[in-house]
Design a protein. Structure first.
Lengths: 307, 427
């Protein structure tokens, strides 16, 4: 027995042990629901998907084990890279616009006034709309023939500015990113507002006494203190971007010729339209590890900063 | 008194039997209530329910529980999962192509032994052709729902306005399309956003050698690029001419249908399944059906027409364990071959029927319907759509390749390569 045992009386040792047992019991009691549901709804489906990714399962009937063949095929699949590229384009556009825009809007609506509450509600409302509906609404805005933007440009004599916003080979992923900004900015504003509210009024007041202008307050006080919120915005923006599916599905169906297909819509089509369940699950697993890698990278960066 | 009562009971029984007979229904002598669960594609179950009123009145102990399964991919996803878990409903509605792989697992009941000679005589001659090609001469897993033909509808009045004859050969088609473009009319209503709406183009491939080589293609002895590039080149030619609307890549089939129905575009690819929609148009008497262009630069047979009975009511094998339910299902199936039921389908322009229709009255049907009836009975060789001969994994790639060329996002060679890749991925 080590020095701890030598220095403690048996009574104290017993109480500590009891406390430990008591804490462990409580730990398992409180953790069980979370562990149970996490296992059932997260770990088990991932394990099942991983199992099927090693097979040539076609959705029904007998299937065989093909080892890592599906993964090799994913890495050789030109369409997979096109979808990955589309997904990253949408994600980066979304993050580049959404993060600064939502920060500015958060500064504007941070006051506890009636008008700010109304603005917050209006800005948040697209977030609660279903992706399919959002896609349909934006079809009427972006469609090259019947869409509002091209019609408006034509109306004011700027025909040369009209573009194939969706349905072409170039712009659709970027437009999907813009739509994601529209739907996600409300949530980002909430995150910024939460961060802003954490900043002590004393610090801002001290800045004010020192003669800091409004811009200087934001630049040298608010922004540095919101670093953790910014990191969260980046992680959520990135992982959310990798999951884009329903907007694309209703906007273009991934077409034409997969030029607007995202990783998730490609995986869905491979699995359920083409009935190549094994291959579809391999795509899902590759995407899972990609997302995990990105998340872990950000977590590591965050930890380094904290240390 | 007793005799009077007996007489009343007999009279009531007779009246009931006469009513049932007049309704054309089939009475099932079941002791208990029977509920038949039926899954079907789409979102509307009201129409089909309405048609069953006579049968349900005649068989009050039977309930037909129709469940709408949504659009094709979602629906088949549910069907596959149910079949995989042994949870299929009593009956599912699907095409022969869509259920590929399911009958092989033994999930469906072979009902051939229940179809006697009299019942069989009620069906059209091609009613079971596709099933027999797929599962053998003596196997029947389901009752055909419709006789379906697919190809092109043309607005004859719009052709007449420009003094154009109805085209048959490719060159004639190109001349007509040119004339429409010159007149400022977009010739072909086509929405490539719904990649599946490519029916008329199937015949391009089938006439360039798919039918003659389908076994070699299915067994991978032959590549698609060995024969299909000319078919893609014809689609490419149409796109380059400006035959499709400028927003083809984002337009849906429904939008294309509206353009045709409104008399804006003179040509659309669709089929007999679109008849009830087309019948809503004020121009429906001007619509005529066509098998599409015939090609002179190939040696392959040209008089193919996509006409098969593909949509089928498939029966779950578990139904065999419940005799009462099985009898109820067979009675329902049989009720759908009764003349009164079929006449009601005709009167509501519900497409071509999978039954012998000699006794039905078609005098009141519209022009589009008349044209379909003529084409269904012509001497063109009936074939299935391309994907019905190949593994289900091929279908989506084929649709995508056609729409990619139509939207000019792939060259004919690239599209052919897509089909080769899809073929390589087939088991």
């Amino acid at each position: 027995m080590g020095s701890l045992g030598n220095n403690l009386s048996p009574g104290i040792f017993r109480r500590c042990s009891m406390h430990l047992v008591y804490t462990k019991k409580r730990f398992w009691l409180y953790s069980f629901p979370m562990i149970f549901f996490y296992t059932i709804f997260i770990f088990v489906p991932i394990a099942i998907a991983f199992w099927y990714s090693l097979t040539n399962f076609r959705g029904i009937g007998e299937y065989g084990i093909v080892g890592i063949e599906n993964f090799i095929n994913v890495l050789k699949d030109k369409l997979f890279y096109r979808c990955l590229s589309n997904t990253l384009k949408s994600t980066f556009v979304s993050m580049l616009i959404s993060i600064p825009l939502s920060f500015c809007l958060a500064l504007l609506v941070q006051k506890n006034s009636l008008s700010s509450t109304i603005y917050r509600s209006v800005l948040f409302s697209p977030y609660v709309m279903g992706g399919i509906v959002v896609g349909l609404v934006w079809t009427f805005i972006l469609d090259p023939s019947k869409g509002f933007i091209n019609a408006a440009l034509t109306k004011i004599g700027l025909e040369n500015w009209t573009q194939q916003w969706i349905g072409g080979t170039i712009l659709t992923p970027y437009c999907v990113g813009v739509i994601t900004v529209w739907t996600g900015t409300g949530f980002s504003i909430l995150l910024w507002l939460n961060g802003i509210k954490q900043i002590s009024g004393d610090i801002l007041e001290a800045g004010l006494i020192d003669g800091a202008t409004k811009w200087q307050q934001i630049r040298y006080i608010t922004l540095p203190l919101l670093k953790e919120t910014l990191k969260m915005q980046i992680v959520l923006g990135f992982t959310g971007g990798l999951k884009i599916f329903d907007i694309v599905q209703s906007l273009t169906g991934g077409g034409p010729n997969h030029f607007s297909e995202t990783l998730v819509s490609y995986m869905y089509n491979i699995t359920f339209t083409q009935r190549r369940f094994g291959y579809g699950m391999a795509i899902a697993i590759v995407e899972f590890f990609f997302t995990m890698a990105v998340t872990l990278f950000f977590m590591r960066v965050t930890r380094a900063e904290v240390e | 008194m007793k005799n009077t009562m007996k007489g009343n009971v007999m009279a009531a029984g007779l009246a009931f039997a006469m009513t049932v007979s007049a309704l054309g229904g089939t009475v099932v002598m079941a002791d208990e209530n029977v509920t038949i669960e039926i899954w079907m594609q789409g979102t509307d179950t009201t129409t089909i329910k309405d048609y069953q009123a006579d049968f349900l009145n005649a068989n009050p102990n039977i309930t037909l529980d129709f469940v709408a399964g949504g659009e094709a991919t979602t629906y088949m996803q549910k069907v596959l999962m149910a079949a995989n878990n042994g949870n299929l409903p009593d009956i599912i509605q699907a095409t022969c192509a869509n259920v590929l792989g399911i009958p092989e697992t033994g999930a469906f009941l072979d009902i051939s032994k229940f179809i006697d000679e009299e019942w069989m005589s009620r069906f059209a001659s091609n009613a079971f052709t596709l099933q027999q090609e797929m599962y053998g001469e003596d196997t029947i897993y389901g009752i055909p729902d419709h006789n379906e033909i697919q190809g092109w509808f043309l607005n004859k009045a719009m052709f007449d306005d420009l003094g154009l004859e109805i085209p048959v050969t490719w060159d004639e088609w190109v001349s007509c399309i040119d004339a429409f473009i010159e007149a400022g009319i977009t010739p072909i209503a086509f929405g490539a956003a719904d990649t599946w709406s490519r029916w008329g183009f199937d015949l391009f491939f089938e006439r360039y050698g798919f039918i003659e080589n389908k076994e070699a293609l299915a067994s991978k002895e032959m590549k698609f690029s060995d024969f299909c590039i000319p078919a893609f080149e014809r689609i490419d030619e149409l796109a380059k001419m400006g035959a499709f609307p400028s927003n083809t890549s984002t337009a849906t089939y429904t939008e294309a249908l509206e353009l045709f129905k409104a008399g804006i575009c003179p040509i659309i690819t669709t089929g007999s399944f679109g008849l009830s929609d087309l019948s809503e148009s004020e121009y429906c008497d001007d619509f005529i059906f066509s098998w599409g262009p015939e090609f002179t630069d190939t040696e392959y047979v040209q008089n193919y027409g996509t006409k098969t009975c593909s949509w089928t009511w498939w029966v779950n094998k578990d139904v065999a364990e419940d005799e009462e339910k099985l009898n109820a299902i067979l009675a329902w199936f049989k009720s759908m071959s009764e003349p009164s039921y079929l006449q009601s389908m005709v009167d509501h322009s519900e497409g071509l029927l999978a039954y012998n229709v000699d006794s039905l009255d078609f005098s009141n049907v519209n022009g589009a319907y008349k044209s379909l009836l003529e084409m269904a009975a012509d001497d063109y060789i009936g074939v299935g759509e391309m994907s019905s001969y190949l593994d289900p994994s091929f279908e989506a790639s084929y649709w995508n390749a056609v729409s990619a060329v139509a939207t000019q996002t792939a060259t004919p060679e690239e599209a052919a390569q897509m089909l080769d890749d899809a073929q390589a991925a087939m088991p």
